[in-house]
Write a new protein. Structure first.
Length: 144
């Protein structure tokens, strides 16, 4: 039938830092996030050097983002998910103290070669450490 099952097995999960602990930002403009610690990368569609997920097959994909940060009076914690140049969803939280956590998800129809990635929200701070709080995950639900 020419239907290749292996190309339809696409799933990845990555956390922001591969070692240490760090507050990232704030930056005065949205800045690409690169999730360096790969937990799973079936199909190798996620690139931990660029932070880009590139769709290997036309289909419906689901993505989840979780953003962690330290509460701060003037900086929230957030990121936006982009498909190519298009802003799709945002995860954002702001409080003055303690830990903040924001999450969101989206289901997208992607064409082969479409790029999905995250940008840190302007003027926000994102935290990650060896407990891997800040993550970007996605998988192919079904090909189209």
């Amino acid at each position: 039938s020419g239907f290749d099952l292996t190309v339809n097995r696409v799933a990845f999960s990555a956390s922001l830092l591969d070692s240490g602990s760090e507050d990232i930002g704030p930056f005065n403009a949205q800045t690409n996030l690169v999730f360096r610690r790969v937990v799973a990368n079936i199909g190798n569609a996620y690139n931990p050097n660029t932070g880009f997920f590139i769709a290997p097959v036309r289909g419906v994909y689901h993505f989840e983002i979780f953003i962690c940060g330290h509460g701060h009076a003037s900086h929230g914690s957030g990121a936006a998910l982009f498909k190519n140049g298009e802003h799709i969803i945002t995860a954002y939280e702001h409080q003055a103290s303690h830990t903040v956590k924001a999450g969101n998800s989206a289901t997208l129809l992607l064409e082969v070669g479409d790029v999905v990635f995250l940008r840190q929200w302007q003027n926000s701070r994102i935290y990650d450490d060896q407990n891997y709080h800040t993550t970007f995950s996605g998988h192919l639900l079904f090909p189209m």
